[in-house]
Design a protein around this ligand. Sequence first.
Ligand SMILES: O=C(O)CCC(=O)C(=O)O
Ligand SMILES: [Fe+2]
Length: 277
Amino acid sequence: MDFPERFLQLDQYPIHEPGSEKFNAVVAAAKKQLSVHGYAELPGFVTPEGVAALVADAEEGPPHAYRSSGRGTAYLAAPDTTVAANHPLGTVMPYAVRALPYDAIPTFSPLRQLYETSALTSFIAAIVDVGPLFPYGDPFGALNLAVMAEGDELQWHYDQTDFVVSLAIQSALAGGDFEVVPNTRTAQDEHFDDVANILGGDQENVLVLEMTPGTLLIFEGPNSLHRVSPIEGSRLRHVGLLAYDTVEGRMGSTALRQTRYGRTEPRSNPPLEWSSL
Ligand SMILES: O=C(O)CCC(=O)C(=O)O
Ligand SMILES: [Fe+2]
């Protein structure tokens, strides 16, 4: 089943009319944003009515979300114990996040329906421009509903995938900001001094991305340090994380499944109701 068309702002983002003048102009603008800033923001991609449906659905998920927490480095690797104090390779920072994996998201969930809309996959492929894209083959990582509650946060880090697509569903009352320092490293230079300053609290080059509910964000995270600041207040932060791959059927590691979702065997069928999880 597809995401209802009326939930998409098709006048502004005509993903159903590939090749049209408007489609090409929107894709060109997003590509330009990506090349200059390392991210493309598409505010109002989902209509207010669509956001309301996504929120109502997302509120059913949290009791079933798996919470992982601990301390991690910016490089998502074990800390290097041989480096000097405050060196980024040895610096660990707290994180706590809750995630619902793709296999646990019911077929009637509008978030799942949006992810399974092939016109969206093609639209994102046109923007990212690395060849045809496929929904990520991993039954856990393909789509996540990421839930963050008071005190949860995600430490400064680099992503291990070339890009991530996120959909802002609901913001926290305060905190929960997606903070980015664009282009903190290059393939040639890790810029450890600059990174150490950022990890130490230097806010000078930190950008806060708006992430108004309904915004679709395409973000290139391998070379731009980013984090989600601690959530404050009782309202949950909900973000959909939509994953794509240039290779069909590729999967993530078993270890990652265990730490992020608390299990390694995928369900054979999606649940019929959130309550049947
Ligand atoms: O929750 C978000 O907005 C982004 C999370 C993130 O950076 C990640 O999952 O790697
Ligand atoms: Fe990330």
